[in-house]
Each structure stands twice: as C-alpha cells, then as structure tokens.
Design a protein around this ligand. Structure first.
Ligand code: ADP
Ligand code: MG
Length: 147
C-alpha cells in the first residue's frame, strides 16, 4: 500500500489538490476524508467538485447527509456523515446505489461509517501541525483494499 503525502500552506493549495483529484477521478470511485472539524475537508471537496467540472456551490450540508451534483463530467455524490446517528441512516438514503454506482463519491467523516465502506476506496486524511502555523495541513492519501 502506498501513501502519498502532500503539505499545503493555505486553503487555495488544498483546493488545488482536490481539483487535481477531481480531474483524474473515474466512475465508481469512492473517496473518504478524515480529519478534525475545520481542517479543510470541505475545501478539498470543493476543489474536487471543481475538477469534475461542477460549477454549483458545494458546502457542508447541515441537515442532509447527501448532496448530488449531476452537471459535471461525472455525477458527484457528496456525503457528510458528521451528524449521522447510526449506520441505518445510510440504508435509508440508499447509499449502495451511490457507493456502487457510476459516479464519484466523497464521504466526509468516513470513520463514522467505516463498517459499510466498500472493499476498495481512497482514504484521505488531513491533519494540522500548529508548530508549522495555523494554515499548515498535512494531507495523506492511500488506496485501501478491505478484506
Ligand atoms: P472541514 O470540512 O474539515 O470541517 P472546512 O473545509 O469547512 O473544514 O474549513 C477549513 C477552514 O480552514 C477554512 O476556513 C479554510 O479557509 C481554513 N484553512 C486554512 N488553511 C487551510 C489549508 N491549508 N487547507 C484547507 N483549509 C485551510
Ligand atoms: Mg466539512
């Protein structure tokens, strides 16, 4: 398993990294984002949407777990499961249709629904390091195969 690590010094760089991932994403891929509140998961996701050719504003949905963006190069399914009570809420949404569909999924706070993640997905972790400044972020990306 290879882990790629990138450091960013401001939100624009994190956005640009997300955009590159969005430009290269393929149908059926699931990406997950893990990291504390305010670390930049949504900034990354906004970049990803841009890279997929989506012009709509993407933000963290407060009361909905899923936002669907259909107008890009591929359908983009943005999950933010921060407020999820239990995994059953994902069943109610019919998550399998999206995880195993022909669009690209991004799941913020994916560690909260770890048990239903697909066998293969990309895990992105964003961390701060305050010793390197308020805006410094370490972003690690790895491809995961669950057994
Ligand atoms: P999350 O979705 O992880 O809760 P957001 O993406 O909503 O976080 O917010 C991240 C905040 O941190 C934004 O206000 C953004 O401007 C700021 N920020 C500062 N430096 C960075 C960086 N290097 N990468 C991403 N966001 C950054
Ligand atoms: Mg967010």
């Amino acid at each position: 398993m290879t882990v790629k690590t990138v450091e960013t010094g401001n939100a624009e760089e994190t956005f640009a990294l997300g955009r590159r991932i969005g430009e290269q994403a393929s149908a059926g891929e699931v990406y997950t984002l893990v990291g504390d509140l305010g670390v930049g998961k949504t900034v990354f996701t906004q970049g990803m949407a841009k890279g997929l050719g989506i012009e709509d504003t993407v933000n963290s949905p407060t009361f909905t777990i899923l936002q669907v963006y259909g107008e890009g190069r591929l359908p983009f399914y943005h999950f933010d499961v921060y407020r999820i009570g239990d995994v059953g809420e994902m069943d109610e949404i019919g998550y399998e249709e999206y995880f195993y569909g022909d669009g690209v999924c991004m799941v913020e706070w994916a560690d909260l629904i770890e048990e239903i993640l697909p066998e293969h997905y990309f895990r992105i972790t964003i961390c701060k390091d305050l010793s390197k400044g308020m805006d410094f972020r370490k972003i690690s990306m790895e491809e995961r195969h669950r057994i």
